[in-house]
Design a protein around this ligand. Structure first.
Ligand code: ADP
Ligand code: MG
Ligand code: MG
Length: 245
């Protein structure tokens, strides 16, 4: 099944065409690497997907529904979770409080703290986090904070996970751990959009690659149409599009 299908996505800011007819399809259980130099349109695509910007044209089909104007609420409700480079977790709150922030109340009343901690513990286990539900997030290393944010997304039954340069602030060991988590989440059936500048990460994780240039798809490749190695070699010949500027 296809969890995410973006078709003809177009968005201008004044005279600048940030996105110009972009197509991107991510089936459940696949990691789609999104590359492109600064200004190529990656963040604009992510923000349209999150409902932050209304596109000028095109459709975003997610969770079986096609939207021309997706609101932030509809984006979350249809299963999109975006992990931005600047994390949204709150340092002063515990891990469990962060995971349930904004979800403390159900039709049946306030969720009991103990119950929250139990559910949080299960979610932390699912992402193989080493922290515990009562830890204060501000005391945790970056890699653990990021896993808390992914656990929060899973608590909302995310089906499409967007990671924006997720290893930029991580140590080598944290980067390896994250790659394992991404592999687990793929196996669990999430559709993952993975924004990166690093070919090593593409080679390790990607089932498909889209390279954006000036708001258009400059290159697209998929495994098993090619091996991961071939996929990387195909885009490595395009250093100007891949390199961080
Ligand atoms: P990337 O994330 O790939 O670096 P962006 O999506 O941030 O690219 O930017 C694509 C283009 O759109 C750039 O030319 C950028 O200057 C422009 N742009 C992005 N957001 C805005 C905005 N809010 N207002 C005006 N121009 C914008
Ligand atoms: Mg960037
Ligand atoms: Mg950006």
């Amino acid at each position: 099944t296809t969890n995410l299908r973006i078709s003809g996505l177009t968005k201008s800011f004044g005279g600048v065409r940030a996105l110009d007819g972009v197509d991107l399809t991510v089936p459940a259980g696949q990691v789609h690497a999104l590359l492109g130099h600064n200004g190529a349109g990656k963040s604009t695509l992510i923000k349209c997907l999150g409902g932050a910007y209304p596109p000028d044209a095109g459709t975003i089909e997610v969770g079986g529904t096609s939207y021309t104007r997706l609101t932030p609420r509809e984006s979350i409700a249809s299963g999109v979770a975006i992990i931005f480079q600047t994390l949204s977790v709150v340092d002063a709150l515990t891990v469990a409080e962060n995971i349930f922030l904004g979800q403390e109340w159900t039709r049946h009343g306030r969720i009991d703290r103990r119950a929250q901690e139990e559910v949080a513990a299960g979610l932390l286990e699912r992402v193989a986090a080493k922290c515990s539900p009562r830890d204060r997030v501000g005391d945790l290393p970056m890699g653990q904070r990021q896993l808390v944010e992914i656990a929060k997304a899973l608590s909302r039954s995310a089906a499409v996970l967007v990671l924006d340069e997720p290893t930029a602030a991580l140590s080598g060991a944290e980067t390896d751990a994250l790659a394992e988590r991404v592999e687990d989440l793929r196996t669990q059936g999430l559709a993952i959009v993975y924004v990166t500048h690093l070919l090593g990460e593409v080679e390790r994780l990607a089932d498909a690659v889209t390279v954006l240039r000036d708001g258009r798809v400059a290159h697209h490749a998929t495994v098993p149409g090619q091996t991961r190695r071939e996929l990387v070699e195909a885009i490595a010949g395009r250093p100007a599009e891949v390199a961080r500027k």
